[in-house]
Design a protein around this ligand. Structure first.
Ligand SMILES: *Cc1c(COP(=O)(O)O)cnc(C)c1O
Length: 355
């Protein structure tokens, strides 16, 4: 069966606190208003002024020459891989990264590339781990052509790569002759948490993208940035995959609204995540990973309840949480959850735990 987490189920009460993901936000009235008023044109002819403005702003924000608007973050990753890699090439990425587990085998299916999963705590790895996985450049080895990092590392607990560690692995990749790619689905969460500008975080990345449908609260869109030559090739893949759009300015206007209004407030989500973590840590049998941004992971094994059973019980009480492993749960804060929601959810999770 194909798992559809939030398909309306009439036997369940409505969701009151949705901690399932920061993708669960609904566009605000003000964002929709901006979308309604957007000036539009034919995006794939380069004639949509709102998309063009968004791309210009994203190139400036990330310190890159050019940018392209795409429907989703997955397409940003897959197009980047297809541009950087030839069939048979090998990508180095953390074993828990989104491209490994959550993109339908895209690197193999689309680019013909294989992924070598690197290990390391909290979704990060270090230079010695990379070096241990470098293959002698021989005819029988797959060419290692791309290093991918996630900022923040989603399944690593929403952790933030510190700038020096990040730069060290990116430099090591370049020294080994690889291109570098940053999956910046939640890049602005890292920027806000660390107080480091996006252009500094992405300085050593040949490609970087930001998702507007996570904590930034837009209904659609991601922007991929890189050199002019890279974006030129990305455009061919955008056409090829059916990601070239028409009056996409309506969506881009939501993204521009998010750039103007929803970045600084990510700090609130981080404060809410910290308070959610503190509340959960007081529940017997729950072991919480200290959050760095808006994602909170916890383990239920000591209480003898699976993540799936806890999620089922919580959902029956109107709280949606995400199952990430047999005993691993993820809860996310975002702009549609406030302090009262956090407190209510914490109490309900406490009530759902075995006594
Ligand atoms: C959500 C996510 C993606 C994919 O983005 P979509 O817009 O959902 O396609 C990629 N990488 C990470 C780390 C993510 O969290």
């Amino acid at each position: 069966m194909v798992y559809a987490p939030n398909r309306p189920n009439l036997t369940l009460p409505p969701i009151r606190v949705n901690l399932y993901s920061d993708t669960q936000t609904r566009p605000s009235a003000a964002m929709k208003d901006a979308m309604m008023r957007a000036e539009v044109g034919d995006e794939q002819s380069g004639d949509d002024p709102t998309v063009n403005e968004l791309c210009d702003r994203m190139a400036a924000l990330t310190g890159k020459e050019a940018a392209v608007f795409l429907p989703s973050g997955t397409m940003c990753n897959q197009i980047s891989i297809a541009v950087h890699c030839r069939p048979g090439d090998e990508i180095l990425a953390h074993e828990a990264s989104h491209i490994v587990a959550n993109e339908g085998g895209g690197p193999g299916a689309l680019a013909g590339a294989v992924v070598l999963g690197l290990r390391g705590p909290r979704g990060m790895f270090d230079v010695p781990t990379m070096q241990a996985n470098f293959r002698a450049k021989r005819r029988n080895a797959p060419p290692q052509t791309l290093l991918a990092v996630e900022q923040t590392a989603n399944f690593g607990g929403g952790s933030v790569w510190p700038l020096d560690r990040l730069n060290a692995v990116l430099d090591a990749a370049h020294d080994w002759g690889m291109a570098t790619h940053m999956d910046g689905a939640r890049l602005m969460n890292a920027v806000v948490a660390a107080g480091v500008p996006a252009s500094d975080m992405a300085a050593r990345c040949d490609s970087v993208w930001l998702d507007f449908t996570k904590g930034l609260g837009a209904p659609l869109g991601a922007v991929l940035c890189g050199s002019a030559a890279f974006i030129d090739q990305a455009w061919r893949w955008k056409q090829r995959l059916g990601g070239a759009l028409r009056q996409a300015g309506m969506s881009a206007a939501g993204c521009l609204y998010a750039l103007d209004h929803n970045i600084d407030r990510l700090a609130e989500d981080h404060v809410n995540a910290a308070s959610l973590a503190r509340g959960l840590a007081q529940i017997p049998g729950i072991a919480v990973e200290t959050p760095e941004t808006n994602l909170v992971f916890f383990d239920t094994q000591a209480a003898g309840i699976t993540a799936d059973e806890l999620a089922t019980r919580a959902r029956q009480q109107g709280v949606s949480i995400s199952v990430m492993g047999t005993y691993r749960v993820r809860v996310c804060t975002h702009l549609d959850v406030d302090r009262a929601g956090i407190d209510e959810a914490t109490q309900i999770i406490r009530d759902c735990m075995p006594k």
